[in-house]
Design a protein around this ligand. Structure first.
Ligand SMILES: [Zn+2]
Ligand SMILES: [Zn+2]
Ligand SMILES: [Zn+2]
Length: 279
């Protein structure tokens, strides 16, 4: 999995904030809106790229990651920070040869997308400059995207449900204050987890750092990386406090389970092209 963004809904730095983290020059404190790209090996064929959420930062996220086509889009929920980049998928639609992009969401999420982006879903809207989507819904059962099995894992986000996604021994869970027992069971056997941890203090719709650690322990994963992080959490200071198996995620970090079963953590090189976006 590649972190395309690791920040809370405002992104970090937050517009108008002059706190120490928002003013920090450490690139790991610069967080675009939360999203990951699952890159799944596919034998000798092209890797399968599954984009989770389409943030308002998707354009920059795709440019700096370097991907120009994807095999599917998975939507966790339809809060603006997770789907308001939907229009910008048109570049990836063009990059994929104008084949409609496959998108999966909960039924209520798809209804919400159809309201917010009515023109994208309007079969009669005759304008070539928009993305075409092939929309599918899921609920509790696993489904396949380009040959990759995806298991949805339902979590609580205040008054709504959000979909986490498990692929093999990896899982991505954002925007949750509670992972119910049935979903903990669905996550048993996950070795590598990315999990919401907004801040230190409790929050009604997100995990605090202590709650996220406790939840990761219940799941029993070997490594956890936190995401959807706000400006309370300084990257280096928090990592010094965390146990060895837990770390804050950050933009452009890649974590994976390799063919030999080892968990790899690949930091972005300063020489990577294109360079990190400076701001
Ligand atoms: Zn969010
Ligand atoms: Zn701040
Ligand atoms: Zn949310």
């Amino acid at each position: 999995m590649e972190f395309l963004g690791s920040g809370t809904s405002t992104g970090i730095p937050t517009v108008g904030c002059d706190c120490a983290v928002c003013r920090s020059s450490n690139p790991r404190n610069k967080r675009l809106r939360s999203s990951v790209l699952f890159r799944v090996a596919n034998g000798d064929d092209e890797e399968r790229r599954l984009l989770v959420d389409v943030t308002p930062d998707i354009r920059i996220q795709a440019l700096r990651s370097g991907f120009t086509s994807i095999h599917g889009v998975l939507i966790t929920h339809t809060h603006a920070d997770h789907c308001h980049g939907l229009d910008d998928l048109r570049s990836l639609y063009w990059g994929g040869g104008r084949v409609p992009l496959e998108l999966w969401a909960y039924p209520e999420s798809l209804s919400s997308l159809k309201q917010t982006f009515a023109y994208i879903f309007d079969a009669d809207y005759d304008y070539k400059g928009i993305v075409k989507l092939n929309a599918h819904v899921f609920d509790q059962d696993a489904f396949e995207v380009a040959g990759v099995e995806v298991l949805p894992v339902q979590v609580i986000h205040g008054g709504m449900r959000v979909a986490g996604f498990r692929i093999g021994e990896c899982a991505y869970i954002t925007d949750t204050n509670e992972v119910p027992p049935a979903s903990i069971e669905k996550l048993k056997g996950v070795r590598l987890l990315i999990l919401d941890a907004l801040r230190r203090a409790p929050h009604p719709t997100h995990m605090s750092l202590p709650k996220a650690l406790e939840t990761a322990e219940k799941i029993g994963c070997e490594r956890v990386f936190f995401t959807h992080i706000n400006h309370d959490l300084d990257h280096e200071a928090i990592n010094r406090e965390l146990p060895d198996w837990a770390r804050l995620g950050y933009d452009r970090l890649k974590v994976a389970i390799e063919d030999d079963g080892t968990i790899s953590v690949t930091e972005p090189a300063a020489s990577d092209s294109p360079p990190p976006i400076a701001f």
